[in-house]
Ligand binder design. Structure first.
Ligand SMILES: Nc1nc2c(ncn2[C@@H]2O[C@H](COP(=O)(O)OP(=O)(O)OP(=O)(O)O)[C@@H](O)[C@H]2O)c(=O)[nH]1
Ligand SMILES: [Mg+2]
Length: 369
């Protein structure tokens, strides 16, 4: 048996969801009723850390609340593994029927035709060269190949050298952009950074209110107010404001829906241009949010956004749901874009820095189903 299949179920209690604390009394963030915070109010909202900590390395972060990650991936794991591990490990020997069935299960788990074919070809080669001789070894080889696929494109995010380091978050409507921004802000704040948000989705007033709520939860300023129409000017103002306040990270929300898809991409290109005018080298990151539960459609979305604005990395959301998880392998294989974070819930702490080995172990572990 493989080490990771033998691993005992982790019995650690699931971490409490992060309490969304009430803002302190002097807290005067923009609310749907109030407008953009002034310089003075901002001074009371963000208490600068005495010694800004470095962002913890991905591996270290990923290892911390492991049991919670395991728990959060339960539904994805059961959709994925029930099909794979039970099939392979339930067999006595490797035959054509097993390989064909495995191929079908991978496609059904959202790995997609192209990546599945590549994985199956490599497995068959290993079998014919007698590197792999039994179903257990086949399963182990498959998990190694999966980790390799993710590892090949895995790379760290750029360091936060600029003040502000500007991050644009894009994606289609409902992908999880605004929620992810709330979680990202929490992630950066946890590592001692001064964070600000910019409400660049001016298409819907409710979108601005939603971002303001996430700002309140994190007790950080949000630039933009409901009713403001011009997203480019909101983002321009946000950069000026972030610079004046010594902000470390400015995260900009963007619209996921406009009247046409062309309009959406044109707007996004414009926002990126304007940010570059507000601060040379900005934006420093363009993160595309993809909903894992839409399966293979995520690939075509990613291609469109990447063509339009040059995506620097991905955040895959809703892996705590019924998403099968296979889409991450297709994304890595076919787009070559790094996955930086995965979303595994709707709470502030439900964003995990992506670590390939950890993800594959969690996805394939039978005992935890
Ligand atoms: N279970 C789960 N739900 C999520 C996750 N991320 C986002 N959601 C939910 O997905 C829904 C859409 O999220 P939003 O953040 O509003 O998505 P958006 O991309 O900003 O959507 P638009 O503003 O309409 O473009 C909300 O109900 C979120 O709570 C996640 O990782 N897991
Ligand atoms: Mg939104």
């Amino acid at each position: 048996m493989f080490g990771f299949l033998r691993r005992k179920k982790n019995t650690e209690p699931v971490a409490e969801p992060v309490r969304q604390e009430q803002a302190p009394e002097e807290h005067t963030l923009a609310t749907p009723e109030s407008s953009t915070p002034t310089e003075e109010t901002a001074a009371t909202t963000v208490s600068p850390p005495s010694e800004p900590a470095e962002i913890a390395p991905v591996e270290a972060m990923a290892d911390k609340p492991k049991s919670r990650f395991w728990q959060q991936l339960t539904r994805s794991r059961s959709s994925f593994t029930e099909g794979l591990a039970d099939l392979v490990l339930g067999k006595k020997q490797i035959d054509d029927e097993l390989i064909e069935e495995l191929e079908m299960r991978l496609v059904l788990a959202d790995v997609g035709q192209t990546t599945t074919q590549a994985l199956i070809d490599e497995l068959q080669q290993a079998v014919s060269r007698k590197i792999v001789n039994d179903p257990e070894a086949l399963f182990e080889k498959l998990s190694q190949l999966m980790v390799d696929r993710l590892q090949r494109v895995h790379q760290p995010r750029p360091p936060l050298n600029e003040h502000p380091h500007v991050i644009v978050v894009c994606g289609i409507n409902g992908a999880g952009k605004t929620t992810t921004i709330g979680k990202l802000a929490f992630h950066f704040k946890q590592s001692g950074r001064k964070v600000m948000l910019a409400a660049g989705d001016t298409f819907r007033a409710a979108a601005v209110e939603q971002l303001i709520t996430w700002g309140e939860r994190n007790q950080i300023p949000v630039i933009g107010e409901p009713g403001r129409q011009d997203a480019a000017s909101v983002l321009f103002d946000a950069v000026q404001s972030a610079r004046a306040r010594g902000t470390d990270v400015l995260i900009a929300d963007t619209a996921g829906r406009l009247h046409t898809q062309g309009g959406l991409m044109d707007e996004l290109k414009k926002l990126v241009r304007v940010l570059g005018k507000a601060q040379p080298d900005a934006p420093h990151e363009i993160l595309l949010v993809l909903d894992a539960s839409i399966g293979q459609n995520a690939l075509s979305q990613a291609r469109l956004f990447h063509q339009a604005v040059g995506v620097t990395g991905l955040i895959v959301t809703k892996l705590d749901g019924t998403a099968k998880g296979g889409i991450l392998f297709a994304i890595a294989d076919e787009l070559g874009l790094p996955i930086h974070f995965v979303g595994v819930g709707e709470q502030l702490a439900d964003l995990r820095p992506f670590e390939p080995q950890q993800f594959v172990d969690a996805l394939l572990d039978r005992e935890a189903i």
